[in-house]
Design a protein around this ligand. Sequence first.
Ligand SMILES: NC(=O)c1ccc[n+]([C@@H]2O[C@H](COP(=O)([O-])OP(=O)(O)OC[C@H]3O[C@@H](n4cnc5c(N)ncnc54)[C@H](OP(=O)(O)O)[C@@H]3O)[C@@H](O)[C@H]2O)c1
Length: 298
Amino acid sequence: MSKTVLVVGATGNLGSEIVRKLVDRGADVRTLVRKGREDGGERLRDEVTSGSVTVVVGDLNDDVQTLVPHLDGVDVIVSAVQGGHHAVTDGQVNLIHAAEVAGVPRMIPSDFSVDLHCLDYDDNVALDLRKKADETFVGSSVRPTSVLNGGFMEVMFAPFMEIVDLDAGTFSYWGDGEQPMDFTTIPDTAAYTAAAALDDSAIDRTVRVAGDVLTLTQLHTVIEKATGRTLRVHEHGSIAALEAEIDRRKSTATGPGDFVALQYQWAMITGKAKLRDLNNGDYPDITPTSVAEFLATR
Ligand SMILES: NC(=O)c1ccc[n+]([C@@H]2O[C@H](COP(=O)([O-])OP(=O)(O)OC[C@H]3O[C@@H](n4cnc5c(N)ncnc54)[C@H](OP(=O)(O)O)[C@@H]3O)[C@@H](O)[C@H]2O)c1
């Protein structure tokens, strides 16, 4: 019998891909969308229009009892919610409590990152929100599967991350460039998430996947080969210098966006949040995209 999966964040970038991969795997997909997004929005409209998913309307910050009926008969929840404390921490905690009442046995929370379980609080302001929400699983009847994918290629190679800037023709990094780092595309992360959602052996486990593992020195070479361009290299300095820069930006920040990209870089170049013992082999029907393949399509 097919599993019923409730996807939250289904109108989002990752969430809509997860929905498509679940439908492909024959799951019965229910999406919880906020009021005004009943048509699925730009990313999910086709699935909603064709009826390949069902839609229930709610907000993670609704009262727990209001969320409970939406979870009736659900085998697993997948959350790909994004936002600040309100949505990622308070909202997901609400969802776990609603799942307990509704008797939903399992959930994949919106982790989808470097190994946040290896990080301490204060290492990364965005991942702190997820660590906090994940604490709710301790002693809960709802059992988690954490899916970790390193950095999304679509995000890591955008100027926001301050590594690759093709318009400026630069490749910038801190540290010695020799620490292996994990990169996965959004569709591949979605494919592994859908597989893990339908795989009960993933209960109470962390599923670590990567499309590619490269040092920044290797990444620089791969990008130059793929683009046929020579990028000017900016060596910013040591890891200690990066830490000082994060502190400097924090002291003048108007919001986390002023320093969070550097916190992600720090988590990756120190190796502290490196994904160990990748689980790609658990799902051999998925062949993830390498960085070179990803860049060739851009
Ligand atoms: N590893 C990486 O490099 C990387 C990079 C980027 C993102 N991520 C992670 O991937 C996950 C998804 O991110 P994304 O970029 O795909 O997000 P996104 O496109 O911004 O989508 C966020 C989704 O959350 C929904 N949402 C927000 N608040 C909600 C609430 N209170 N109740 C119900 N739904 C709510 C949004 O609904 P509306 O349509 O109503 O707004 C939307 O569907 C996050 O965990 C994020 O941290 C990882």
